[in-house]
Design a protein around this ligand. Structure first.
Ligand code: OAD
Length: 247
């Protein structure tokens, strides 16, 4: 691929062409796709992990130590996400799903904005912040409350509830991960949108797609550690680039 010499217009034309011919597409998204909706990313200048320590808010140990602090963080995010709207990048993926015969959206985001936009075949590898899980009976329920309170409890057994998201040090759901890996291995085209590509095992997915012979394009504000192994990186905002690729 003529990575270095291509102009933005040529990159856009090539990716659009590939998407037009694609039979099986996988899209991998990260926090960057929701940035233009007004949800802060985790890393970067104003990222969440620049202001707070992940070890205080997003580990099982943090929750055991101080569940009220962890719930305050998730209540803050629930409130913020409930106020924002999906953006043109989320919407372009809804259109793409309608056009492509076989489409899988793998997201690391827990904000639920892909569902709200109308995407259907979504694998949420890091969970969903609108679901809660009981730490006693393991029951998982949807709860769209903007404020879950300081120490929410399970209606069935009275156990302490936690957000149904994957925290640092926890394993991903094995079934979801193997579905995502299988989709990556067997797709012919992959888009990698708005992820720093440093959180594993998800960061392996673009390499799996490349190994399987897929064309893999990245859309990001900057190059990432996965960029060198991909066919091209379109530098720019997802909300501006995606509508050009999927009119
Ligand atoms: P990060 O915050 O690590 O990275 C966001 C990426 O989006 C960066 O590469 C930015 O350059 C890019 N970006 C920012 N704004 C953008 C825009 N408008 N358009 C396109 N790209 C943009 O987010 P993730 O890679 O999703 O995990 O983080 C991975 C995981 O680390 C998260 O799922 C979360 C986090 O800690 C857990 O909580 C387990």
């Amino acid at each position: 691929m003529h990575k270095i010499t291509m102009t933005r217009e040529e990159q856009v034309r090539l990716v659009k062409e590939r998407l037009g011919q694609a039979q099986k597409v996988v899209v991998l998204t990260g926090a960057g796709i929701s940035a233009e909706s007004g949800i802060p990313t985790f890393r970067g200048a104003d990222g969440i992990w620049e202001h707070y320590r992940a070890t205080d808010l997003a580990t099982p140990e943090a929750f055991e130590r101080d569940p009220e602090l962890v719930w305050a963080f998730y209540n803050w995010r629930r409130e913020l996400i409930s106020r924002v709207k999906e953006n043109p990048a989320h919407q372009a993926l809804v259109t793409l799903e309608k056009i492509v015969p076989d489409f899988t959206l793998v997201t690391q985001n827990v904000d639920g904005l892909h569902q709200r936009a109308g995407s259907i075949n979504i694998i949420e590898v890091h969970g969903n912040l609108w679901r809660v899980q009981c730490t006693e009976c393991a029951r998982i329920t949807m709860d769209m409350s903007v404020d879950m309170g300081k120490r929410p409890h399970c209606r069935e057994c009275g156990g302490v509830l936690r957000p149904d998201v994957v925290w640092f040090g926890e394993s991903l759901d094995g079934l979801l991960l193997s579905r995502a890996e299988e989709a990556a291995r067997t797709c012919d085209t992959m888009l990698v949108i708005g992820t720093s590509g440093i959180v594993y095992p998800v960061a392996f997915l673009p390499a799996l797609a490349k190994d399987g012979g897929a064309f893999v394009a990245e859309i990001n504000m900057e190059e990432t550690p996965v960029s060198p192994g991909l066919d091209l990186t379109i530098l720019g905002k997802a909300g501006e680039i995606m509508p050009l690729l999927v009119p």
